[in-house]
Design a binder for this molecule. Structure first.
Ligand code: BES
Ligand code: MN
Ligand code: ZN
Length: 505
């Protein structure tokens, strides 16, 4: 669905429903909420006074207009405290409002832009955040249900701006928000697709179609080529699967080929992780169809970057393969050699993500000379134990990059938390038989995984985002505003904003 932007007044807008809002402590309603209140002869003010309309963040009250307004329903969304309002809260409440009207059966609705008035946010940024919240919040994955469900779909959402002087800013913000939200929803869709559909080949087709549509350079390093390039770690994981593996490469040349190679984004894409010979327990194994969420976010971010056209070069690298047990599969005790020459003793075939990333990162840093490099991976179950679902674990060898990603995380709502990487932890991945081994055991499992990856980036400024919690941070099985309960698209928006931030440096 395309969002509409238009100038006008919610009180006279013709459609099924309109969304207005209420901050804590407000008794005299102003702006669009005030205009709607007046049209309703002060009904909203009265209900606020009586405590029937609540201002708590995300709270919803639906009022029928009884023909006092052209629209049938008014939805009042609580915004919480004005001084605590942020761009991310704008996403949350924008999603809450349109979802409530959709669930009430409305088809054509209009909303004000939350946060641009009393919330004191910059109009363009607020419009972007509202657009993102609406599109992310309305997204659902129902394509494999053959029976209809009770929740219908909206036909149109219009963002109404009263002040025509602000219209251009609103349009620019909404346009940017749509690009970013559509990319995030693409990442969600890929992660939600089952493993029999979203194979490495299918992922490379998605990437190829984006490349053709958006004018990106695209190529795939297949099984034979990976072997030729000495990508023994990636190749080793792919060995047990009949599905052809694909190291997918997407390149955006926004600064031109004479400029620095630019930003590298690397995303783990295990399209199904059974654990391999070190097979996982059956319970919950189905979630491992989402073990390609980092790769999906990388492909999706490349689409948004190509559409937003920042003046920077960006390359996405997506090592994609299944991890399955078979007569050809790699085994505990095997020793693999990565493309940077390092040897790896396999002690657990379920620690496969770091192996495919090893060759992805070496390719990014040594062959393509990308800098900085950021990877995203559903890497360790231990990450979910450490931080739960609300933050991504961030590991980095570079302070400015850490600080930038922290800031971007706060703004996007894809929050990161800087984790330690003290050298002492690396003792755990020393091997008797090779340079390193692929698991350091259970203690500090996310940290030893990050230290493993450090062997493949050299001196390049690098950050690793462990998004394993519930297959994509911010999910956690619960619907929360614009966040999706499973496969949330994290860190698509972080990647896009990182490219934009580095281009503006
Ligand atoms: N893909 C998993 C990590 C994971 C677990 C992601 C749960 C999302 C939810 C990864 O490949 C894995 O199996 N990691 C092992 C590492 C261990 C064998 C050292 C783990 O976390 O148990
Ligand atoms: Mn695994
Ligand atoms: Zn995995």
């Amino acid at each position: 669905m395309e969002l509409q932007v238009s100038s006008g007044n919610l009180a006279t807008w013709k459609g099924d429903g309109v969304v207005v809002n209420l901050f804590d402590g407000v008794t005299t309603l102003g702006g669009a909420t005030g205009a709607v209140d007046q049209a309703l002869n002060g009904l909203i003010s009265k209900l606020v006074q009586k405590g029937d309309v609540k201002s708590k963040l995300g709270s919803i009250t639906i009022i029928h207009t009884y023909d006092k307004l052209p629209a049938d329903r008014v939805c009042v969304v609580g915004l919480g405290k004005a001084e605590e309002f942020t761009l991310d809260r704008a996403r949350i409440v924008a999603a809450a409002g349109v979802k409530a009207l959709r669930n009430s059966g409305a088809k054509n609705i209009a909303t004000i832009i939350h946060g641009a008035g009393v919330g004191a946010l910059d109009v363009e940024n607020a419009a972007q955040a509202n657009a993102e919240g609406i599109l992310l919040g309305l997204w659902r994955f129902r394509k494999y249900h053959t029976t209809p469900d009770e929740v219908g779909a909206l036909d149109s959402v219009t963002l109404l701006e009263n002040d025509s002087a602000k219209l251009a800013s609103v349009e620019a913000g909404v346009a940017r928000g749509q690009v970013i939200a559509n990319a995030t929803n693409l990442a969600r869709e890929m992660a939600n697709e089952p493993g029999n559909v979203m194979t490495p080949t299918r992922m490379s087709e998605v990437a190829r179609d984006i490349a053709q549509k958006c004018g990106l350079e695209f190529y795939v390093i297949d099984r034979a080529k990976a072997k030729e390039l000495g990508m023994g770690a990636f190749f080793g994981v792919a060995q047990g699967s009949d599905e052809p593996p694909a190291m997918i490469v997407l390149r955006y040349w926004g600064a031109g080929k004479d400029a620095a190679p630019g930003l590298g984004l690397v995303g783990k894409a295990i399209t199904f992780d059974s654990g391999g010979i070190s097979i996982k327990p059956g319970e919950g194994m189905q979630d491992m169809k989402g073990d390609m969420a980092g790769g999906a976010a990388t492909i999706a971010a490349m689409q948004a970057i190509a559409e937003l056209k920042p003046k920077i070069n960006v390359t996405g690298i997506i090592p994609a393969t299944e991890n399955l047990p078979s007569g050809k599969a790699y085994k505990p005790g095997d020793i693999l050699k990565a493309s940077n020459g390092k040897t790896i003793e396999i002690v657990n075939t379920d620690a496969e993500g770091r192996l495919v990333l090893a060759d992805g990162l070496a390719y990014a840093t040594q062959v393509l000379k990308l800098s900085p490099v950021v990877d995203a991976a559903t890497l360790t179950g231990a990450m979910g134990i450490a931080l739960g679902v609300h933050r991504t674990g961030m590991f980095s060898n570079d302070k400015p990059l850490t600080e930038l990603l922290s800031k971007i995380g706060d703004e996007t709502g894809e929050r990161n938390w800087a984790m330690p990487m003290d050298a002492e932890y690396a003792e755990q991945i020393k091997s008797e038989w090779a340079d390193i081994k692929n698991s350091g055991g259970r203690p500090a499992g996310s940290i030893t995984a990050a230290l493993f990856l450090k062997n493949f980036v050299g001196d390049t400024p690098w950050a690793h985002l462990d998004i394993a919690s519930s297959v994509g941070t911010n999910s956690g099985g619960k619907e929360n505003g614009y966040k999706n309960p499973w496969g949330n698209g994290t860190p698509t928006r972080t990647f896009v904003n990182l490219a934009l931030a580095l281009a503006n440096k």
